[in-house]
Design a protein around this ligand. Structure first.
Ligand SMILES: Cc1cc2nc3c(=O)[nH]c(=O)nc-3n(C[C@H](O)[C@H](O)[C@H](O)COP(=O)(O)OP(=O)(O)OC[C@H]3O[C@@H](n4cnc5c(N)ncnc54)[C@H](O)[C@@H]3O)c2cc1C
Length: 487
């Protein structure tokens, strides 16, 4: 008899689908409360989007991850979990506009100085006028374009918002829901902004456009990042704790079916088929499409149609190994120009010296795959790298000769796409999935929410806390509100 025909059967208090930080945080909380937990992860390694690859002494995150939470409880939990490996950094980022490296988030006087003079004057007047009349503007804020124009006016929108947003999402910010901005950014403190600009102008304090510029923005955010191990250190610490408290984590698993009614999951691992039942709760952190495709129960036609219309965006990470001590001193570099293949560049050495061997450095370039640049997804690794190397050379980051190795990683379902109609469709899908008693969805792909890792962790910890208290009813995280914007 082949191994694949052996069917082991087990029962647990909880089963968690997906070993990203949301699932791990939920598993951690539940195990610590004495519950038996089984975690099932499709990939060979845990971590999901917060993963780090180790290639010949170079550590590459799936794009660098800065960690910060507006929830003091989550911050404390993470400091305790990570111990001395978690250190505080200050963000320093630039954006390439008008052929110059400008401070980012934008510093008003830095931006105005980089613009053609006539445009700078127009923008300044438009901004001043917009600020004066803003209180009387009763227009409904539906899209990201509405949100941005409400705070900064139409002229700044053209330079500060449109090009980069259009490039990342492949869609006009008019069609992107304002929910994205509300979850992501705080509205600006206009009086403070004006005071800062005037002070800088009066004291003739104009920062440079050089990549070597060491000056931080006055409000540059603080964040945490591990000294050792890249961002993977975070999921790894959760996993250690889960296992220490008796939880089981299976990786490289192929889930073949889910019965939501009985909370039973059938999966294969190492050629063996197993059946596991969750007596108290089944927690899904996997993409909504993947979860519903595995269901034994029939999915209503309207839910299937809504799923068809809900879109995740894929991403490609291009990792370059560079024979150079340093490229810049920035946390991130942003590239809104549509002719440049990538949106952002991250030099990991600026996050921790552990990330590259001495005298060498590396870059992670991210390319979101939109309907407009879909050809990148199928492009050969050689052609993709060639294009990235050319762009890096043109931008003055490194020469093609200095790049001595490379790797491209393609990740599906990396970003939920918030178009203007997504909300009711999402609600109907989540309502259906959670209509089965004891089934819960959390996480970035799991609830189609533009989570940062802290948000996913917060959801996991909170759900774990709610479920650890019997009885298991009314604990859904569907409409959970975060404590605030983390960045
Ligand atoms: C480019 C980029 C940059 C980012 N930068 C930051 C940042 O600077 N700071 C920050 O805090 N956050 C950042 N994030 C967000 C952060 O990565 C995510 O919020 C977080 O990692 C999501 O964790 P999760 O557990 O919710 O989801 P995921 O990490 O997506 O976990 C879901 C897991 O489910 C598994 N899975 C999928 N299908 C199945 C299946 N059928 N069976 C079993 N398992 C399955 C997946 O393999 C995955 O491990 C960034 C994300 C991206 C894409």
């Amino acid at each position: 008899m082949g191994y694949d025909r052996v069917m082991a059967q087990r029962e647990y208090d909880f089963i968690v689908l997906g070993g990203g930080v949301a699932g791990l945080a939920a598993g951690y909380r539940l195990c610590k409360a004495g519950k038996s937990v089984l975690m099932l992860e499709k990939d060979k390694r845990i971590g999901g989007l917060a993963k780090t690859l180790n290639i010949n002494g170079f550590l590459f995150d799936y794009c660098a991850h800065r960690f910060h939470s507006a929830n003091p409880g989550v911050m404390q939990e993470m400091r305790d979990l990570m111990g001395p490996n978690f250190v505080e950094h200050r963000q320093k980022s630039r954006i390439y506009l008008f052929n110059k490296y400008l401070k980012y988030p934008f510093e008003m006087q830095n931006l105005l100085r980089a613009m053609p003079k006539i445009e700078a004057v127009r923008c300044a007047f438009d901004f001043a006028w917009n600020t004066l009349i803003r209180g009387f503007n009763k227009r409904e804020i539906k899209s990201y374009a509405d949100w941005f124009e409400y705070f900064f006016g139409k002229r700044f929108y053209k330079f500060m918002c449109y090009p980069y947003t259009r490039k990342i999402w492949g869609m006009d910010p008019q069609y992107l829901s304002a929910d994205w901005a509300n979850q992501r950014f705080k509205g600006p403190d206009i009086p403070k902004l004006i005071r800062t600009v005037l002070k800088k102008i009066c004291t003739l304090n104009f920062s440079s456009f050089s990549l070597e510029d060491e000056e931080f923005l006055p409000d540059s955010g603080l964040f945490y990042y591990p000294i050792h191990g890249g961002i993977q250190a975070m999921p790894d610490r959760f996993a250690e704790e889960v296992q220490k408290h008796g939880g089981i984590i299976h990786t490289g698993v192929n889930v073949s079916s889910i019965s939501a009614k009985t909370r039973t999951v059938i999966f294969e691992q190492d050629g063996m088929t197993q059946r596991a039942t969750a007596n108290h709760g089944l927690i899904s952190t996997i993409p909504l499409h993947a979860y519903t495709a595995l269901l034994e129960e029939p999915v209503p036609a309207q839910v299937t149609e809504n799923l068809r219309q809900l879109r995740y965006m894929d991403i490609i990470f291009v990792f370059l190994f560079v024979d150079k001590e340093r490229i810049s001193n920035d946390t991130w570099l942003y590239f809104p120009d549509k002719d440049i293949a990538f949106n952002r560049a991250v030099e990991f050495k600026n996050w921790s010296s552990d990330m590259a061997p001495p005298n060498k450095t590396s870059l992670c370039l991210d390319i979101t795959v939109t309907p407009e640049n879909r050809h990148f997804w199928g492009m050969s690794e050689k052609d993709l790298i060639e294009k990235c190397k050319q762009d890096c050379e043109m931008l003055g980051l490194c020469t093609s000769k200095e790049v001595f190795d490379f790797k491209a990683v393609r990740i599906p379902h990396a970003y939920p796409v918030y178009d203007l109609e997504y909300r009711p469709k999402l609600d109907s899908i989540l309502q259906f999935i959670e209509s089965f008693e004891g089934v819960y969805c959390i996480g970035r792909t799991g609830v189609f929410r533009y989570n940062n890792s802290d948000n996913s962790i917060e959801m996991g910890l909170e759900l774990g806390k709610r479920l650890a208290d019997e009885p298991v009813r009314g604990k859904s995280m569907r409409s959970y509100e975060f404590s605030g914007v983390s960045y």
